[in-house]
Design a protein. Structure first.
Length: 161
């Protein structure tokens, strides 16, 4: 069942690359008392993700934060090493947290899994953006076509906040 507006975000643990190596980021800590944008995508270094989705959130991070967003996180079913390297490549810096959902646990729990086996990519995430306020989903934008980043992009989210 797909998560919806009004639902609580499930307990899961992402991994984030730090200077000391991969570190756990529990959803309870990430969302507690904060308004957070999560945007998820099928994979690091893939065309739409690298050319449009991540760059939009990096470019508009300050505008989103001016509208009350405390943190912005990119989630992908990749490992923390890949997400860390991709964050450097995308110049995400401290604007966008690059979070690995390596086993796809969070993705499955929110019901937003994509079967990309036909492309040799296995189980991945659908492309979406979500606003989470103190652990509760207040907005959810799922792309009907995972090769586009229109509804789930930063520009669309800015218009809806």
């Amino acid at each position: 069942m797909t998560i919806k507006v009004g639902d609580k975000v499930p307990d899961a643990t992402f991994m984030q690359m730090t200077d000391k190596g991969p570190a756990p980021v529990p959803t309870a800590e990430l969302f507690s008392g904060k308004k957070v944008v999560i945007f998820a995508l099928p994979g690091a270094f893939t065309p739409t993700c690298s050319a449009k989705h991540v760059p939009g959130f990096v470019q508009h991070a300050d505008e989103l934060k001016a509208k009350g967003i405390d943190a912005i996180a990119c989630v992908s079913v990749n490992d923390a090493f890949v997400m860390g390297a991709w964050g450097k490549d995308q110049k995400a810096g401290d604007k966008v947290m690059m979070l690995a959902d390596g086993n796809g646990d969070f993705t499955r729990q929110v019901g937003l899994e994509l079967d990309a086996s036909g492309f040799g990519m296995g189980k991945r995430s659908l492309r979406y953006s979500m606003v989470i306020d103190n652990g509760t989903v207040t907005a959810l934008n799922i792309e009907p076509n995972p090769s586009t980043a229109d509804l789930s992009g930063a520009e669309h989210l800015l218009k809806t906040l």
